[in-house]
Design a protein around this ligand. Structure first.
Ligand code: PLP
Length: 392
């Protein structure tokens, strides 16, 4: 063994001893509400497959047709010979959907956030970032030379206090549209209002919102009726929009054009594969043509949240298909998830350091493709197991 392997082995043992080692669970089927895990059929409540599009027949067909028409790969970054008609089509479609000037595609939203801040902001500027922002925003901001201020989660007083003191050239407020551990929606309406007051711009990462939050699925800004007032929206194709991979930034033509000139994950990384581009386009089309998908997800969310609350569980957040069921004690959360799995309900427990100490929870994620029967089975299992563990 080389020296580095020894060092890492010690660290890995440490991670295991702390109970923080992450074992990947193998699913033996396509991503659906019912999947095979360890040879057993379970109902899946932990995918970001909010609209059930991950294994949608029309999207699969679009991907296959795209491979036949546009080829498998491009073997080029965008600006050399990696931009096809379909890339521009998808960018235009998203711009229209989000009512923005322009959109730029990335291989992931992690890359989109990683390539955003340092490209458009410098040492004279300042970023005001929510403390619970996604790792990719934190990393993106780390790469940037702008001054950094972290405000308390969704705390507008704290945000305002920090903005008030700043004399920066450009001030940018950066927030997740939805905080995925809590299922809470950022107060984008208030953020936009405060931004106006202090001459700041706003950046919203809508990964857990694009496609299904708001009346027509345009995300957290639409949810609060301020869609055209957010300056920058970043999001992913890896969740509601088909669940494959890819991300984007939508904004003014000046911001997007600057990203095309200078954003490193865009300039120095390969183009999105044609099958993904065409299939993601299909996903957005399907969402716009079938408003019933969004409505069904919303119904499922209300149904599950209210039923679990009535049983006596404490639920965080509101109005979002991420349903954190608060257990507080980490061991109890693990025990409950194991008992639920025995009842064929597949959910994930989260504890420190993913969430604060003593705030362990089970995170249930709903999809429009969950049937009422599946939801009822989960509710019943939560009732049985919760009583056995004296949680309710
Ligand atoms: C999932 C997620 C990302 C990462 O998106 P990828 O496209 O998978 O890289 C970024 N930000 C937030 C808030 C997310 O939830």
């Amino acid at each position: 063994m080389k020296k580095i392997d020894n060092i890492l082995q010690d660290q890995l043992i440490d991670i295991k001893n702390q109970g923080l080692y992450k074992q990947e669970r193998i699913i033996e089927t396509a991503q659906e509400t019912e999947i095979d895990v360890l040879g057993k059929k379970v109902i899946n409540f932990c995918a970001n497959n909010y609209l059930g599009l991950a294994n949608n027949e029309d999207i699969r067909k679009a991907a296959v047709d795209a491979i036949n028409e546009w080829g498998f790969g491009l073997g080029s970054v965008r600006f050399i010979c990696g931009t096809q008609t379909i890339h521009k089509d998808l960018e235009n479609q998203i711009s229209k959907f989000l009512k923005m000037d322009d959109t730029i595609l990335y291989s992931s939203c992690f890359d989109a956030n990683g390539g955003l801040f340092e490209t458009i902001l410098g040492p004279d500027d300042a970023i005001f970032s929510d403390e619970l922002n996604h790792a990719s925003i934190i990393d993106g901001i780390r790469l940037c030379k702008a001054q950094k201020f972290v405000y308390k989660n969704c705390n507008m007083d704290d945000l305002e206090l920090k903005l008030k003191e700043s004399k920066a050239r450009v001030k940018m407020i950066a927030t997740d549209g939805v905080f995925s551990m809590d299922g809470t929606i950022a107060p984008v309406d208030k953020i936009v209002e405060i931004a106006k007051k202090y001459d700041a711009i706003t950046m919203v990462d809508d990964c857990h919102a694009t496609g299904f939050l708001g009346k027509t699925g345009r995300g957290s800004a639409e949810y609060f009726n301020v869609l055209e007032e957010v300056d920058i929206i970043t999001s992913t194709f890896g969740k509601a929009l088909g669940g494959a991979s890819g991300g984007f930034v939508s904004s003014s033509s000046e911001i997007v054009d600057t990203l095309r000139q200078k954003s490193r994950p865009y300039l120095f990384s390969n183009s999105l594969a044609p099958a993904l581009v065409v299939a993601c386009k299909k996903a957005i089309e399907l969402i716009q043509e079938n408003i019933s998908l969004i409505n069904k997800l919303s119904e499922n969310t209300k149904y599950f949240r209210s039923n679990l609350s009535e049983l006596g569980f404490e639920i965080k957040g509101s109005d979002h298909p991420i349903v954190p069921v608060m257990i507080y004690d980490a061991k109890n959360a693990v025990k409950l998830s194991e008992m639920l799995l025995q009842s064929n309900i597949y959910v994930i427990p989260f504890s420190f350091p993913v969430v604060p100490k003593g705030e362990a929870r089970i995170r249930v994620q709903l999809s429009s493709s969950h049937t009422t029967e599946q939801l009822d089975k989960a509710i019943e299992a939560f009732n049985d197991c919760g009583k056995k563990l004296n949680i309710i």
